[in-house]
Design a binder for this molecule. Sequence first.
Ligand code: ATP
Length: 234
Amino acid sequence: MLEIENLTAGYGGVPVLRDINVKLGAGEIVGLLGANNAGKTTLINSLSGTVKPISGRILFQGEDITAMPPRRRVERGIVQVPEGRLVFPDMSIRENLLLGGINSRARPHRRRLMDKVLELFPRLGERLSQNAGSLSGGEQQMLAIGRGLMAEARVLMLDEPSLGLSPLFVQYIFEIIDRLHAEGLTILLVEQNLNLTLRHAQRCYVLERGHVAVEGVSDAVRDDPRTKSAYLGL
Ligand code: ATP
């Protein structure tokens, strides 16, 4: 569904990612693991189009989207839920959600999408006119995922959804991820939490200082000694 071919990307012409090859099949949960600064967010940003590649290609459903602007990628259904949630704190939950559904493909279906999000996250439904800034971290993560779903995502890219959440909220968010997967959504799960990701993803890539150090089905990645050394920077 989504293919990254020989991608080199970075900032100001200085590469952070080098010669990356990553594939997401339709309906898969793929984990992208790695220590701090390994380049995980840079990879997600390359997919959403906010980081421009130095070389390489990105294909979505067979179409070369390497030069496509971010807004059009969202219209195609490539949707990022950013690290740290980045909800709009002074806007209501309803407004945050409606903003997620502003692209031309999702807009006509906003009512159906909103019903679906509120069914997934009833807590948001109880607080629709409350400012997003008043929500707890876990509730803000629900809102950020809900906002992504409002865009009628086909590929949902979650950047560190467990970051800073209590264990109960982490469990809840991962139940939601599993449910979205069961409904057929393709998910790229970017995480520092190794065990959690290996449990929920079918396949994983481990990034180490900007290159793919390990890849494969989750059980094989778990057993590969290079996974641990990539994490510990050995
Ligand atoms: P973390 O888990 O800490 O979020 P990460 O694996 O997502 O890390 P990135 O955020 O992609 O890693 O960062 C990879 C490298 O790129 C780091 O060395 C970082 O300093 C650098 N970097 C990230 N964003 C920028 C930027 N906007 N300008 C310049 N360098 C950047």
